[in-house]
Design a protein. Structure first.
Lengths: 259, 316
């Protein structure tokens, strides 16, 4: 049997803000190479759940384990070597170049007095090239468009080289071409690097194509988790989004038609 | 930058009511001979220049730290009400006729008191967000401003001059250069190991935490260090405006926003600027002295407006 603990594990996890309970008694296991999509309505608590999984927020009950260790045991530095988190929104108070911003992702790999070395810069340049920003190195981030800014955030995360990617709406602001390019990129990274992926998505069809499992967050505390084919049915999706839908399978892909 | 700093201090030593040639300045610094110029340089101008340098450096450093903490480029050391508290303390001391030590002591107590009040109130519900901290600080500063105005309006005329001078910043009472320089060095030493973590904090607390920074602890430490630096500077030199806001800005324009470079360069630049401003304050209409805070503001306001105008043009 596999002796290694799973990359991400939750035990009887309950997440709530005030009186609103987003998920109750969630047991989840994610091993390297696995890709999980989180789907749900606006305000259902997807991002809150993801930030609990990222250790940025304390759950009401239960625990989140990274490779068998709780965030409190690991401490922020060792956690940062294992999991990376892509925030949904970001504000830049100060001017900074694209290269400097992506170099921030190397922070967990440097010691207290360390400066970014040539190899760090190499890793960051490769990450920028992977998201199509190689030409933008010296641009000020405050002059970037929303989509470019989003790709820069993804490059920063890639430069961090975590084993577990937690992505909050990775496709926000991206055009169609870059949506597919980023999902391909993350799929490849999980496959080749033995990492795992959890992402909040709004496109069930893309979850079907790029994920193995889906977690449906209903917003009232109930969650369902299972393989994409069992979760992404017309019946379940209609209930999830509270809107009638039809699904069509076409050449292995899923199409959704809102009625 | 180190050369600029040294140059500004030497200039401050040479220029004054008794003009001393550069050569004599240097020789009197390194010789023990009891000449008149040696006396002027060593016991009058040197302590004042060094204390001024330390205060300028402390203010600039504290400004740079608070701009990161509040993620607000307009933050300065006084935005959290620390100088307001120090002002109330100092003016009360002058009102009750306490001496120099009393004024320093009271202003330090005032600064510490506001620091803890702002910290405690902002902590309130445990969230301690930058908006809450900023708002609390601004409100407490406004309250202190009102108290200062109240005391000024009640004070007898012959004490008003001293009070106004203190409020506008005045280095003539700065007599503990070693203490101030020591605090400046200590603050730099404490801040530098965390400089890269501060870079991350500037990009947002969640982002910093996800990348392995203990955000809560770091923010409390930055607040304490910046507040103590401000309190130390204000106690020595009164509330000298604009150094803390302008200097980190100017430095950021030149060297970028990497705190590992920004913090030490800001300290040197802030120190130099204050020493130059103080030299001007002593000499412009000598033998009368101008409050140095007026000069830093006179230099600072146009520089800042220029930066703002330039910045908005660049963004367009």
């Amino acid at each position: 049997m596999n002796a290694l603990p799973p990359l991400l594990q939750t035990r009887r996890l309950s997440v709530a803000i005030g009186a609103r309970v987003f998920c109750r008694d969630l047991d989840l296991e994610l091993c390297s190479g696995e890709r999980l999509a989180i789907l749900g309505r606006n305000g259902a608590g997807k991002s809150t759940l993801l930030s609990v999984l990222a250790g940025l927020r304390v759950p009401q009950q239960g625990e989140v384990l990274l490779k068998g260790g709780a965030y409190a045991e690991l401490g922020p530095h060792r956690s940062a070597l294992i999991r990376g988190w892509l925030p949904q929104s970001r504000g830049d108070a100060f001017a900074s170049t694209v290269l400097e911003t992506a170099l921030v992702g190397r922070h967990p790999h440097l010691d207290r007095w360390g400066w970014e070395s040539a190899s760090d810069v190499r890793i960051v340049r490769a990450a920028l090239a992977a998201v199509d920003l190689a030409e933008f190195e010296q641009r000020d981030i405050q002059t970037l468009s929303g989509g470019e800014r989003q790709r820069l955030a993804i490059a920063t995360l890639l430069a961090q080289q975590p084993e577990l990617f937690l992505l909050d709406e990775p496709l926000a602001y991206l055009d169609l071409k870059h949506q597919i390019a980023m999902l391909e990129l993350f799929s490849q990274t999980t496959r080749d690097g033995g990492s795992a992926l959890v992402m909040v998505l709004h496109e069930p069809a893309l979850a079907w194509r790029y994920c193995d499992r889906v977690l449906l967050v209903h917003g009232n505390g109930a969650t369902e988790c299972g393989p994409v084919r069992e979760m992404l049915t017309a019946e379940k999706l209609s209930a999830l989004y509270d809107y009638p839908m039809q699904t069509i399978e076409h050449e292995g892909q899923l199409c959704l038609i809102p009625q | 930058m180190v050369l600029v700093a040294l140059g500004s201090i030497v200039l401050a030593l040479a220029v004054g009511s008794v003009r001393i040639p550069m050569g004599d300045v240097l020789s009197s610094l390194f010789n023990e001979q009891q000449t008149l110029s040696g006396e002027v340089v060593n016991s009058l101008r040197l302590p004042r220049a060094l204390a001024g340098f330390a205060c300028g450096g402390l203010l600039a450093l504290s400004g740079a730290l608070l701009q990161v903490l509040l993620r607000n480029p307009l933050a300065d050391p006084y935005i959290l009400g620390i100088s307001g508290g120090a002002g109330v303390g100092a003016i009360l001391a002058i009102l009750f006729g306490l001496g120099v030590a009393g004024i320093s002591g009271m202003s330090f107590v005032g600064a510490l008191a506001t620091m803890f009040v702002v910290f405690g109130l902002a902590h309130g519900d445990g969230s301690w967000t930058q908006t809450r901290l900023l708002l609390t600080g601004v409100i407490v500063a406004a309250g202190c401003g009102a108290l200062v105005a109240l005391i000024l309006s009640l004070a007898p005329d012959h004490k008003l001059h001293g009070m106004l001078f203190w409020l506008m910043g005045d280095l003539s009472q700065a007599t503990h250069p070693k203490l101030a320089l020591g605090i400046l060095a200590a603050v730099l030493l404490v801040a530098m190991p965390f400089a890269r973590e501060l870079n991350l904090l500037a990009r947002g607390p969640d982002m910093a935490q996800a990348l392995g920074v203990q955000v809560g602890r770091l923010r409390r430490a930055v607040y304490l260090v910046a507040s103590l630096a401000t309190a130390a500077a204000v106690t020595q030199a009164g509330s000298i405006g604009f150094i803390g806001m302008i200097v980190p800005h100017l430095v950021r324009l030149v060297v970028g926003n990497d705190q590992r470079v920004l913090l030490p360069v800001s300290a040197l630049a802030g120190g130099s600027l204050l020493v130059v401003a103080d030299t001007l304050a002593r000499t412009l209409i000598a033998p009368q002295q101008l409050p140095v805070g007026v000069l830093t503001a006179l230099i600072g306001v146009p520089a800042f407006l220029f930066l703002l105008a330039r910045d908005s043009r660049l963004r367009r």
